[in-house]
Structures are given as structure tokens and as C-alpha cells.
Design a protein around this ligand. Structure first.
Ligand SMILES: [Zn+2]
Length: 360
């Protein structure tokens, strides 16, 4: 509770007592105050995993036991395949379990390959990306100056949302993983970040027609890590910041290697453009797939609670209240090889973190 809230609460309580306010009203106020004081600073405390990781059948129960709020299901390549899983009995059972446990479900999708179906290329190559050599190519993303391509992407995003409907109203339709955007004459003046934001803005407009409170992520990551310069985010587009190229053996803020510094500098640069209020961090503290260089067998996650604690200070001090980490490759095989993953430590630190006066 901030000082302002406290003063306000005291004044309201005083007024209630002098006017003979109902005890019930005072109790309600006290309950509100208690709740807000107890409420963890980080509103989203999540993990992002894939369908394959669900060989660890009690993932939802483990997430809840660790004090987490959210499971994000990640489609590294094809959201359509993830949608098929969600429609299956196993997928429906997973959603039902999450509902029962009060766990939110989100979908974090490298989506453009599916949102603009690649088979359209043969009939309408102008919808597709132009490469550096001036050729339209079937692979990756789209031409953001093709109205038909943008329309197709927006319609398919809405269609996909019928199956992959996040319980939080927060939608994640990313560009294809680290892949370049269009270099046609009209697009060439826009960076990959600008092009990616144009698509996020367009998807927001479309999704809001079916989900009035929807928010759509702009993913700051790899080639879209630098903030967009020419396109402005519409209200409802929020920053999702994923510093994949940083080090994890030292606190983010203290690492002095060039690569990590470059990732770190882009955090404030992006917050300046997108604001902090709804910003989300997608981290890699528990991302066994990253530490295994995306090859099984999985290594044991080199989790350092002190690095996490320092990193939470870095993010929390900036007013970021939504924090998730990839936890890909934490599956049944991982647990039998390496024992329990440090989920509880992760969840506990997230749940307990509070903003200290004077720390920003
Ligand atoms: Zn283009």
C-alpha cells in the first residue's frame, strides 16, 4: 500500500466514524486495505512451456503450489498445431484443471507463418515478404504494406482466438522466431520493430471486436529488441520484453559484457515507448531448452536464486508487474534425470517481492 492509499484510507475511516458510518463499511474498507497490502507486487507470475512439456502431467498443480498465477503455452512454430492440441481431450482436460485451480492460461505464439498461410504464396506473392535481394519469398512474416496480407493476418488472429482464448485478455501473436521482415520499397523505411508493431496494432483492432478488453503484446526480442521509432503503439498494445541474449550467471544489471549491456539498454528504451503499466517480462531463468542449446537430453537448469533476486529488483523498481519465464524442457524426463526444478524458489521470490520506499 502506498503512502497515498494509507492517508486516503485513514481519512475515509475517520469520516466514516464521525458520520456514524456502518461498522460493515469499516470492515469492508479494512478488508480492502488488508488485501491490497498482502497483494504481491507482481500480478502475473508465470511459466511458459510447450505441449511436449506436459509429459510432466501435474504441471498446473506444481505451478499453483509454487504460488504462480499463469501458465503460458508456447507454440514455437505453429499455433495451428497448438490449437489442435487444445481442442483434443487432453487439451480440454488441461484447461479444465487450470480453471479448477484458478490458474490463468495464455498462449505465446510465433504466429505469422500460420496467420498468413504459406500456400497463398503461389497465387499472391505480393502479400509476402521481400528479401534483401528484391525477391518475394514464401518464408517468414509478411509485407506490412499489403492490405490483403494485413487483413488476412487480422482475420486469422481472430479465428485462432476462438480456440486459443487467453483467460487474461492478453494476446501474444509474435513474428516468426527471429526472422526478418519485408524489404520492399514501401516497407524498407520501417525497421523490423516498426513492422512488427504495425501488425500488433492491426491485430488489436480486430481482436477488440470480439474481446472488448483485449490487449496485444509487442515482442521486444532479438531483431525486434530495439524499440519502434516511426510507428506508435495503440492503447492496448503492451511491451513484452524477452532478453534472450543476456547472461544468466550474473545479475542482469551488473553484467558488463557488450551483448548483455546491449540487451539491458533496450529495456528502458522500450519502456519509454510502451509505458510500464502493462509491460511484461518474458525471461529465461528456468529455460532448460536455452541452457541445453535447444537439444535434448536436457541439462540441469543453472538457476541462481541471487541472480533472480537482483533481476526482480531491476524489473520491479521499474514498475513492471507482469513476469514470466520460459521453462521449456521441464518435463517428466527432466524430473527423472535432475530431480525437482527450482519452481518453488522462483514462485516464492516472485510472490514476496515488494517495492521498497526509496528504491524507485
Ligand atoms: Zn513490404
Amino acid at each position: 500500500m502506498s503512502m497515498h492509499d494509507q492517508t486516503d484510507f485513514t481519512r475515509r475511516r475517520f469520516l466514516a466514524s464521525v458520520t456514524g458510518g456502518l461498522a460493515v463499511g469499516r470492515m469492508a474498507l479494512a478488508a480492502t486495505a488488508t488485501r491490497s497490502a498482502d497483494e504481491p507486487f507482481f500480478l502475473t507470475r508465470g511459466v511458459v512451456i510447450t505441449e511436449e512439456d506436459l509429459t510432466l502431467a501435474d504441471w498446473p498443480e506444481r505451478a499453483v503450489a509454487a504460488g504462480l498465477t499463469t501458465i503460458g503455452l508456447h507454440a514455437p512454430k505453429s499455433p495451428r498445431l497448438l490449437a489442435r492440441y487444445i481442442q483434443s481431450d487432453a487439451g480440454q482436460k488441461l484447461l479444465e484443471t487450470c480453471r479448477r485451480l484458478g490458474l490463468d492460461v495464455e498462449y505465446e505464439l510465433h504466429a505469422m507463418q500460420d496467420l498468413l498461410p504459406r500456400e497463398l504464396f503461389d497465387k499472391a506473392p505480393e502479400l509476402f515478404r521481400m528479401d534483401d535481394k528484391g525477391a518475394r519469398v514464401r518464408e517468414w512474416n509478411l509485407c506490412v504494406h499489403s492490405e490483403q496480407a494485413m487483413q488476412t493476418v487480422a482475420e486469422n488472429a481472430v479465428d485462432l482466438a476462438k480456440t486459443l482464448r487467453p483467460t487474461t485478455g492478453r494476446y501474444f501473436y509474435w513474428g516468426d522466431d527471429g526472422c526478418p521482415w519485408c524489404r520492399c520499397r514501401q516497407c524498407a523505411g520501417l525497421s523490423d520493430s516498426d513492422q512488427s508493431l504495425l501488425v500488433a496494432n492491426r491485430i488489436l483492432d480486430a481482436i477488440r471486436k470480439v474481446d472488448a478488453k483485449a490487449q496485444v503484446a509487442y515482442l521486444a526480442y532479438d531483431n525486434t529488441l530495439p524499440p519502434p521509432k516511426q510507428i506508435k503503439p495503440k492503447s492496448g498494445v503492451f511491451l513484452e520484453y524477452a532478453p534472450i541474449h543476456r547472461r544468466y550467471d550474473v545479475p542482469f544489471e551488473r553484467a558488463d559484457d557488450l551483448k548483455t549491456r546491449q540487451q539491458f539498454e533496450m529495456l528502458d528504451a522500450n519502456l519509454d515507448v510502451f509505458g510500464r503499466e502493462n509491460a511484461q517480462v518474458l525471461e529465461y531463468w528456468l529455460d532448460v531448452s536455452l541452457f541445453s542449446k535447444w537439444k535434448k537430453p536436457a541439462v540441469k537448469v543453472p538457476f541462481d536464486p541471487k541472480v533472480l533476486a537482483a533481476d526482480l529488483d531491476t524489473y520491479g523498481r521499474r514498475g513492471i508487474r507482469h513476469v514470466t519465464t520460459f521453462a521449456v524442457y521441464i518435463d517428466a524426463d527432466y524430473v527423472s534425470r535432475h530431480g525437482e526444478p527450482p519452481l518453488k524458489d522462483y514462485g516464492e521470490q516472485l510472490r514476496r517481492w515488494r517495492r521498497q520506499p526509496g528504491r524507485g
